[in-house]
Ligand binder design. Sequence first.
Ligand SMILES: Cc1ncc(COP(=O)(O)O)c(C=O)c1O
Length: 420
Amino acid sequence: MNFSNYAKHYSSQSGIVQLMEDLSVAPPQDGSLYPLGGGNPAHIPEVQDALRESALALASDRHRFARMIGDYDSPQGHEAFRQCLAEQLSSLFQRPLTADNIAITNGSQASFEVLFNAFAGRYADGSWRHIALPIAPEYIGYNDMSRQERGILKSTAARIDLLGDRQFKYGVNLSEFTVEPETTGAVCLSRPTNPSGNVISDAELSQVADRCRTAGVPLIIDGAYGLPFPGMIYTEATPFWDDNTILCLSLSKLGLPGVRTGIIVATPDVTRLIRNANAINGLAPARTGPELVLPLLQSNTLTDLLERVIKPHYLNKQVAAVDALLAAAGDLPIRFHQPNGAMFLWTWFEGIPGGTHELYRRAAQEGVVTVPGHHFFQGLETTWQHANECLRINYAGDEHTVREGIERLLLIAKRQYQQG
Ligand SMILES: Cc1ncc(COP(=O)(O)O)c(C=O)c1O
C-alpha cells in the first residue's frame, strides 16, 4: 500500500509497539513464558471483586446500563464522575476544582498525544518549541508522539547517585536542565517514573515547578502510578497540582487497563482543548471506566482499597523480586534503581558486552520477556553508554514466575558477560 508521509508517525520500529506486541507473545516450544515485559498491572482479587460488584450493579440497573452502552458521552467525559473527582481533588490539593478542570480521554496514552502536540512544534510567533523531560530515562510511550515534521522531545540525562545494597537513584541534574520560554513548550515527568520506579522528591519537584512557572511553561505530571490513585508510591511524596500544572491520571494501573480511561486535571483552557480533540478524533471518550469507578469513589471504597490492598500488594511483590535479584546476582556487576514507586525493577548491567538490547533478545528467545533500556532514553542529544546497560523488569506478575524469570535472566546475563 502506498501511504502518505503521515504514516511514518506510526512506525513498527517504535519501542511502544514492540512492548505492546510482546504482551501477547507465545511461550517458546517446550519452554515456559516469563512475562516480565509490558505494563500490565496485577490482577488483585480484592480489587477485581470490587469492580465486578460495581459491574453487576451497573448491569442490573436498566437505566444506567442503557445509557452506558447506548449513548455517546459528552466529549469532555462523564459529568458526574468529573464532579465527584473534582470535589475529592479539591480537598487533596487544597484548591477549588470543578468538573471544568477535568477531562476524560481514552487512556492517558491518548492524552499525551494531544498534549505533546499542542505544546510542541511551531508557534504563531514563528518559534519552535519542544517538550522537555527533566530526567532521561522516561516513559517509553512519550517517544514517537510527534505528529510534526520532526521530533519534539528534549531530555536531560539523569544524575546518578550510587547507594548501598546494589542500589542507585536518579535525580534531576538541575545545572543542565533548563526551561526557556522561547524554546520549551511544556515540561513533562512521570511520578513515579516508568521505567525506573523513581519518585522525584518534593524538593526537586518544587524546583522544576518553580522554573516552569517563572518561564510561563506548563508542567505536565504523569501520575499513571501516582497520587491520588493508584497510589503506587512507597516513599514520602506530597501530591502536587497548581494552575500551571497539567496532571494526567489513569484508571489503568488500578486494574482497568482494558477499559481505557485517562483523566486530565488542568485549567479549563486545557480541558476544553482535550474536549475538542475528543470530539474531533473520536466523538467522545468511553463511559465504561467512569461508570465502573464512580460508585467506588463516592463510597470511599477506592481510598480504602488503595491503602489497604493495592499498595501492600505491590510492596510484597517488590520485596520478593528484590530478594530474587539479590540472591541470583552473585558476582555480576549489576545494580537496580531504588524501587520507590510503580512496579518495575530497573536493572543496570554495567559494562555488559553487546548491551541490554542483546540481553533482551537472548532472554526473549528463552521465554523471559523484559524491556531493553535504550527505548527509555529518548530526546538525548548525545549518546550515553548507560542507556545500553539498563533493562526493565515488571514484577507485578505471579511471584513464582517473577522469581524464576529473574533467575533465568541473570543466568543468561552471566553467559553474556562471560562470552565478552
Ligand atoms: C508512565 C505511564 N504513563 C502513561 C501510561 C499510559 O497508560 P494508559 O494509556 O493505559 O492510561 C503508562 C502505561 O503504561 C505509563 O506507564
